[in-house]
Design a protein around this ligand. Structure first.
Ligand SMILES: Cc1ncc(COP(=O)(O)O)c(C=O)c1O
Length: 394
């Protein structure tokens, strides 16, 4: 086993490629000049592609943030949470009621965030269990909800929600649909137009393999209308830095209201160009191949996966430790096998580990990482069946 190469298999932040790192190191430029507006145009065009929206030209002055559909992309200085808060703070009045079904930490965070700005019906399912769609339907039939918000790909538990089915329900009941797509956009099929999603959020450091600290949101015209209407009625929640009205005003001109995260924008633009080159379908396929390999391999090795069968994520897999093994295994995997995966959160801490299959990770790295995980389990005296690891990733 050649341990000189590290295997970095965490569900974000993921490794950045050389083009991205080089772009991050670009010498300073002004925030308001044509040079930076070129950067924004490139970034906007890359984002539209990653969001699976109609294309736009990466050229300043031609509305690169918009396309031949109903959506605009807005870049946010801050991580994915900032973009999610910007959506919620600007979209809802304090007396609006929203429905938030959850089955993990990040969905619960969406519900918590909503509580700061509006009324929330939080349908809290057990971590890793699929939503009860019948219960969602019953709730929507009450006709009291302004929106339904979900964490599309629940990174804490490795479950992906059935967004198409939920979107169909929302359309039927005239309820707007908003997604935290932080670990889905760029890593698995996301269809804002088909799902009539009002807003979808992405964070750079996950499936698009950009730098941490920058995020974006795709919003449709209904979202924009509501934001303006609420502002005109003087009914909006207090917020200044994340003011969507200011961001929308500046977006027309390939700009942001405040000093942008200039170098992060350049780095992300480069990473998104790599994604354009790979194509969304190419990346979705690679992530799917890696995740299904991990799922099948660890199942055949006798491990238990947390998420419900049929809705297991293609960008992160949550696997329970066997009896007698805990996070000491993860420490040894890092220290002695030069391989990183991530642990669990909250009540599952120490009980399972999570393997990321997102960004630009080559399949060969996943195969090598899995071999090292098996070797590390053996070093704890936990002998596993001899399996042909490669064959799981063909
Ligand atoms: C699904 C999901 N939502 C939200 C977040 C929070 O995003 P950030 O840390 O970029 O603010 C994460 C981070 O892991 C996530 O995986």
């Amino acid at each position: 086993m050649d341990l000189t190469r590290d295997c970095f298999l965490v569900p974000g932040p993921v490794r950045m490629n050389d083009e991205c790192l080089k772009a991050l190191a670009t010498p300073v430029m002004t925030a308001r000049g044509t040079e930076f507006r070129d950067v924004m145009a490139d970034l906007n065009s890359g984002l539209r592609h990653a969001f699976n929206l109609a294309p736009s030209e990466p050229i300043r002055g031609v509305q690169s943030w918009a396309g031949d559909d109903d959506y605009k992309v807005v870049v946010v200085s801050g991580s994915g949470t900032a973009a999610m808060e910007m959506v919620i703070a600007n979209r809802f009045r304090s007396n609006d009621l929203v429905l938030v079904p959850t089955n993990g930490k990040f969905g619960e965070r969406v519900a918590e965030m909503c509580k700061r700005f509006c009324n929330v019906k939080h349908l809290q399912y057990e971590w890793g269990r699929a939503f009860d769609l019948y219960e969602l339907e019953q709730q929507l039939e009450k006709k009291c909800y302004e929106s339904l918000l979900i964490c599309h790909n629940e990174t804490s538990t490795g479950i992906t929600q059935d967004a198409a089915a939920i979107a169909e329900m929302c359309q039927r009941h005239g309820v707007s649909f908003i997604l935290d797509g932080i670990t889905s956009v760029g890593g698995m099929p996301v269809h804002p137009t088909k799902w009539n999603a009002e807003a979808v959020v992405v964070g750079a450091q996950k499936c698009t393999a950009g730098p941490s600290g920058i995020a974006a949101v795709a919003v449709n015209s209904h979202f924009i209308e509501r934001v303006h209407a609420i502002r005109e009625q003087g009914d909006s929640s207090p917020n200044y830095y994340f003011d969507m009205v200011s961001a929308l005003k500046k977006g027309d001109d390939d700009q942001t209201p405040w000093t942008p995260a200039i170098n992060l924008a350049m780095g992300w633009g480069a990473a998104l160009n790599t994604l354009k080159h790979e194509t969304n379908e190419g990346r979705w396929d690679r992530c799917q191949k890696m995740a299904s390999g991990v799922r099948d391999l660890f199942t055949d090795l006798g491990f238990t996966l947390l998420a419900d069968t049929g809705q297991r994520s293609n960008t992160v897999t949550a696997i329970f430790y066997p009896d007698g093994i805990d996070d000491a295994w993860r420490k040894r995997l890092k220290d002695d096998y030069n391989t990183q995966v991530i642990g669990a959160q909250d009540h599952l801490k120490g009980k399972m580990f999570r393997v990321g299959s997102m960004g630009e990770t080559p399949i060969e790295e996943m195969i090598e990482g899995c071999k090292r995980m098996i070797a590390c389990f053996a070093s704890f005296g936990h002998e596993l069946p001899q399996l042909d690891v490669e064959s799981y990733f063909e």
